[in-house]
Design a protein around this ligand. Structure first.
Ligand SMILES: [Zn+2]
Length: 333
């Protein structure tokens, strides 16, 4: 292990076990943000997946660590203004997008360790075969769907005048994955229609990527998982005009009301992007709370329509002391 990481892990451990750390966390809530839980940890370790994916072993390690140091509570309990704060800090888990693997890989571990979670659905994807461009383009270029599919997409990129991915033939797996990560980050600036066209050039997966409503209701019925909206189409809300913004928020709200018994009164902004206009619209659609992606502890103060969260990557799930160091830094006044 690199010395730097060892120092970070040790500092994180010290923080959790020191009176400074305990005082700072007293009465505070931590909201964690996750996306996917894959079938194996090796796949999640790769740089182009590491930020949004965790493996089952790392996820279980994180759950056990959280249970040791925090009270794992449902999100709404953490957000209660007069919640009886216990001696230990509270943590609430949130998952963005509504990936099918949340039901297949995350849910059994949540049940095993009795850790509640909230899942935020991009509702157009639920029960449909619509795909997230990042995943489809990334995995096609990675070769997960075969060489023919990869060559087809590269040819399409070439004839449409897009920059081409480099280093895809590098023998070093990590270097190849990192190059792909940078390439995908570069594509983010393309307009949504173009990204959709790229996604259309990727082969259809045999299984849908998103949850279906049957899975949503089964998880909800357990009492351990609740659901809220994360946009309908996952469009970035700050980029929409007033009419489309209203349409996007109400479509996702209606889908949740039709598909769930007890949808959360919490909105979750795609990519965390929000501004005053977006927050007002979300409030006008009867959402008293909304989740952003700025880091920080929840203490009941601050804007309830831009709640802070700490993102969890495969790296931090494997080494939760790194997460406690980030919490410590985020907690500083
Ligand atoms: Zn998202």
């Amino acid at each position: 292990m690199a010395i730097k990481q060892l120092i970070k892990r040790t500092s994180g451990w010290l923080y959790l076990n020191s009176s400074v750390g305990r005082n700072q966390l007293h009465g505070a809530g931590v909201i964690l943000m996750l996306h996917r839980v894959l079938a194996n940890d090796r796949a999640a370790n790769l740089p182009h997946r590491n930020e949004l994916c965790v493996g089952p072993q790392a996820f279980e390690h994180l759950l056990m660590w959280l249970r040791k140091h925090f009270d794992c509570v449902p999100l709404m309990e953490l957000l209660q203004p007069n919640a009886l704060r216990t001696e230990r800090p509270q943590v609430a888990l949130t998952f963005d997008d509504g990936w099918r693997d949340n039901a297949v890989h995350a849910y059994p571990l949540l049940q095993k360790h009795q850790v509640p979670a909230s899942v935020f659905l991009s509702t157009d994807f639920i029960g449909s075969r619509q795909r997230f461009w990042w995943e489809s383009v990334g995995e096609t270029l990675w070769g997960s769907h075969g060489d023919k599919a990869r060559m087809h997409l590269i040819e399409y990129l070439r004839i449409t005048g897009h920059p081409l991915p480099v280093l895809l033939d590098d023998i070093d797996v990590d270097r190849r994955s990192l190059a792909l990560l940078h390439y995908l980050q570069g594509l983010k600036s393309l307009d949504p229609q173009e990204l959709e066209r790229l996604t259309d050039e990727c082969p259809p997966e045999s299984l849908p990527q998103a949850l279906d409503w049957h899975q949503v209701r089964a998880m909800e019925a357990s009492g351990l998982v609740r659901f809220g909206p994360h946009g309908a189409s996952h469009a970035i809300l700050t980029g929409l005009d007033d009419v489309r913004l209203h349409e996007e928020i109400s479509r996702s709200r209606d889908a949740l009301h039709n598909g769930c018994n007890r949808p959360l009164p919490v909105y979750c902004y795609p990519n965390g992007d929000n501004d005053q206009r977006v927050r007002e619209q979300v409030a006008n659609h009867d959402y008293p709370f909304a989740l952003g992606t700025a880091t920080g502890l929840y203490r009941g103060a601050g804007d309830p329509l831009n709640l802070p969260r700490f993102g969890v990557s495969q790296r931090t799930a494997r080494n939760p002391e790194l997460l406690s160091l980030r919490i410590f830094r985020g907690a500083r006044p």
